[in-house]
Design a protein around this ligand. Structure first.
Ligand code: ZN
Ligand code: ZN
Length: 111
């Protein structure tokens, strides 16, 4: 692939750093090589799809109303038992949040 600089019409040379290859001119003009860009895009797309899949599975789990019970002091009443479950907030990169629901007064809170 031979390309010329649109700024000064010199021959562009192929350069490479860690992640990208690009065409560079001695005048300072740089152009990223598109094939590499589209690779990155499809990678991002894949990650997004995986994330949506994750969220779907979690919301399915949420429909199951019976959660395991654990010893936990309710902040509203003196009950010491609560249902517990975990929920992934926003993105899969973040730690999941613990939810609790008092078995007595049905107060729900999270940690
Ligand atoms: Zn140039
Ligand atoms: Zn309670």
């Amino acid at each position: 692939m031979v390309e010329f600089c649109p700024e000064c019409s010199n021959l562009l040379r192929k350069r490479k750093d860690k992640d990208n290859s690009f065409l560079a001119c001695k005048c300072g003009y740089q152009k990223e090589i598109l094939s590499d860009n589209s690779k990155i895009e499809s990678h991002v797309q894949k990650k997004k799809q995986a994330l949506e899949k994750n969220l779907l599975i979690i919301s399915e789990e949420d429909k199951i109303s019976v959660h395991p019970k654990t010893k936990k002091n309710c902040p509203k009443c003196s009950n010491k038992e609560a249902e517990t479950w975990q929920k992934q907030m926003r993105s899969a990169d973040e730690p999941s949040t613990h939810f609790f629901r008092c078995t007595e007064c049905k107060h729900t809170w999270r940690e």
